[in-house]
Design a protein around this ligand. Structure first.
Ligand SMILES: [Zn+2]
Ligand SMILES: [Zn+2]
Length: 82
């Protein structure tokens, strides 16, 4: 989980499950933020065209997780979308 220190702005990836996180940069302590949960449901917009309410495919584009609609998936497969 990426956290940002509220004291010095230092950003890092922590695996800490402690309720208090200690910044490795300034050693300031702050409470663990709530995890960012993203629910995937039928109103999730397509990552590429932003359309909602379509059929989705979870895939990886250049190694990054993405959710795209059927139309965009076809375009990617045809090399129309980079
Ligand atoms: Zn800090
Ligand atoms: Zn799309």
């Amino acid at each position: 989980m990426i956290v940002t220190c509220p004291w010095c702005g230092y950003e890092w990836n922590t695996r800490s499950r402690m309720r208090q996180i200690t910044c490795p940069d300034c050693h300031g302590k702050f409470p663990q933020p709530a995890p960012a949960v993203r629910l995937l449901n039928d109103i999730e917009p397509c990552d590429l065209c932003g359309h909602e309410g379509l059929e989705y495919h979870v895939c990886r584009i250049d190694g990054d997780a993405a959710i795209v609609c059927s139309a965009c998936l076809g375009k990617i497969a045809n090399g129309e979308v980079k």
